[in-house]
Ligand binder design. Sequence first.
Ligand SMILES: [Zn+2]
Ligand SMILES: [Zn+2]
Length: 201
Amino acid sequence: MSLLSLEHSKTVYWADALLYGLAIVALGGFVIAFVPGPLRWQSLAWVGLGLGAWTLIEYAMHRFVLHGLPPFCGWHAQHHARPTALICTPTLVSGALFAGLVFAPAWALGGLWRACPLTLGLLIGYQFYSLTHHAIHHWRADNAWLRQRKRHHSLHHHGDQPGFYGVTTALWDQVFRTVRPSRTSGPSWPTRPANRPPSSA
Ligand SMILES: [Zn+2]
Ligand SMILES: [Zn+2]
């Protein structure tokens, strides 16, 4: 299977999540161990800024790139056609985007001690988004928050009007008025117990 294909085996799909988990631990450890003392509190703020920025990037990427810009919208259409298939951005592509569009410019503009925590915040946001999106399509909704995320994402997939582009939060849908009235009571894709491995269907 190509390293650049969109649909992955279970191994490659979960290896992506593992690699991002390791990258977060490694970068977090680096920041904790090496950021100069006087900049510690400031780096916490940069992590927070990265996390917040991710939620807006998640919304904008989904709305304007994945639903508006070829060839990305064609690729994303595959997910809409088969929501439980193990489709995600190849690790090489997402990693290159984080390195080239986030870390490198942040390093050039703000220095290493701002670039590292900012990138860390964005990576945590991306990992949280990836796991939330997986849970929405594959896991049983065991808590109110996940049930709401499932309902909103179901309306994104099956609603009468385009909307609900945010996966982890509806904040930016509210800001940009892409919240849609509820028509369905729950997700229309199959749900399974959370402790079973994901289906590759
Ligand atoms: Zn979509
Ligand atoms: Zn989806």
